[in-house]
Write a protein that binds this ligand. Structure first.
Ligand code: XMP
Length: 434
């Protein structure tokens, strides 16, 4: 990597990632490192121009205040201390709000550290292509391509770096939204000319799930079956040594800090198959935030619907049908969800609302259609705003939009006579209903 770097030392502040993002917003690369990093470890990092000791509300671990190695102060680059009380430096100023924070950082990063603003996607792509080529050599890489933003962007980057040495496997578990698997095949096989193995495993998953109503049981069945299908496909392919993965920076930070208060449990379908031995992992997005992954996708000229696709859970529609899953319920859910997505896009809200989908509640209630009494299903509409999915607010969709959505869902989806809008924030609610 040719880029200058500002290191942020993690002393348990929930603001670490915010600071790292802000430095990157200034065009300078930044990474969060453990508070007890040694001078030797710092030396290993390329082009460190400055260090920010970012104090936090969890400065005490096991009753002892966290300290920073003296070597950090003597490393020879400017050091700035910010945030809550530290063992050494007491009562430091807290970070101001975003704009003022950028000003503080600008002064530090450019005037004191003399860092160059050379963090951009063009440089990132060039660096990564070089690194990937070096790591992979003439060997082959396998990638589970769900169609989500992260795996799609990894695929596009790997295609650019190693072309036909990459094989993508897309498993359709029968729980995708309308047209989703078809569009993965269209974009990757037809447009990007990827080696793509498409596995239609719908029947297999749906028969395993038949009659299962418990949310955890459903998730477990899907996770286990996914690994089985993926392994079977991997065994059919010869000489694959590496596994590509769409791990991104928040995954890395949230699962591995010494001071993190809340560790997000990783529940990705597509977890590593344990008994297939790979020589190594290729994880080129490890240092990127979600918005940077999207920027990267755009820089790679990927189609906008893929780059701006909303997060979609591994178990798919299974956790949006409360209780057991049937073809009829899936059909109702797909139709209503398609209408919701269409109306949100028409209203121009598809990039500002974090996630939006319909839920098959299983509730049946009485209604009237023409002069007929009906007894049909109620569909839930969920729409939330967020920056990280950890906390969310329900999206304040305009009433006229809600009315259009409701009217269309009832008119165009058989066996639906009622639509409800979910007004629960997270916490206490989760985004998904199961
Ligand atoms: P919750 O429902 O926990 O979801 O508020 C937080 C975010 O994670 C997504 N989600 C999942 N993603 N596998 C995934 O890859 C899963 O099992 C899973 N469950 C929830 C959810 O859509 C939201 O974006």
């Amino acid at each position: 990597m040719q880029q200058d770097m500002i290191v942020i030392l993690d002393l348990g502040s929930h603001e670490n990632t915010m600071v790292a993002r802000a430095v990157r917003e200034l065009g300078v690369y930044s990474e969060i490192k453990p508070h007890d990093i040694t001078a030797a470890e710092l030396k290993e990092l390329p082009n460190v121009k400055g260090i920010i000791i970012n104090g936090g509300e969890n400065n005490i671990i096991d009753g002892l205040p966290i300290d920073v190695e003296a070597a950090v102060y003597q490393f020879g680059v400017p050091v700035m201390s910010v945030g809550h009380t530290l063992a050494k430096v007491e009562n430091l100023p807290a970070w101001p709000e975003h704009t003022a924070m950028l000003e503080v950082l600008k002064k530090f990063v450019f005037d004191e550290c003399h860092a160059t603003a050379n963090w951009n996607m063009k440089n990132f792509i060039n660096d990564q292509i070089e690194l990937i080529k070096k790591q992979v050599g003439d060997k082959k890489v396998l990638l589970a391509l769900s169609g989500g933003v992260d795996s799609s962007v990894v695929a596009a980057l790997l295609i650019k770096a190693i072309g036909s040495q990459l094989t993508c496997v897309h498993v359709n578990h029968g729980l995708m939204r309308k047209d989703e698997s078809e569009s993965v095949v269209r974009v990757f096989r037809d447009e990007l000319k990827a080696n793509l193995v498409y596995v239609d495993a719908s029947e297999r998953f749906l028969s395993k799930l038949a009659g299962v109503a418990d949310p955890e049981a459903k998730r477990k069945i899907i996770g286990a079956e996914f690994i089985r299908v993926f392994e079977e496909e991997a065994r059919k392919l010869d000489g694959i040594e590496f596994l590509g993965q769409g791990t991104i920076y928040p995954d890395v930070v949230e699962s591995g800090t010494k001071t993190a208060k809340s560790v997000k449990s990783h529940h990705n379908v597509g977890g590593l198959p344990e008994d297939i031995a790979f020589k190594g992992l290729i994880e080129p997005l490890r240092i990127l935030f979600k918005d940077e992954v999207r920027l990267l996708g755009e820089s790679l000229n990927m189609p906008a619907p893929l780059v701006w696709r909303q997060p979609f859970p591994g178990p798919g529609l299974a956790i949006r049908i409360l209780g057991d899953i049937t073809d009829e319920k899936l059909d109702i859910l797909r139709k209503s969800d398609f209408i919701l997505r269409d109306e949100i896009a028409k209203a121009g809200l598809d990039r500002s609302v974090w996630q939006y989908f319909t839920v098959f509640t299983g509730i049946r209630s009485v209604g009237v259609m023409g002069d007929q009494r009906t007894y049909d299903y109620a569909i839930g509409v969920r729409a939330v705003t967020s920056t990280d999915a950890m906390t969310v607010e329900f999206a304040e969709l305009p009433y006229d939009l809600l009315r259009t959505i409701s009217n269309r869902i009832i008119a165009e989806t058989p066996h639906v006579n009622r639509v409800m809008f979910d007004i629960t924030d997270k916490p206490p609610g989760t985004i998904e209903w199961e």
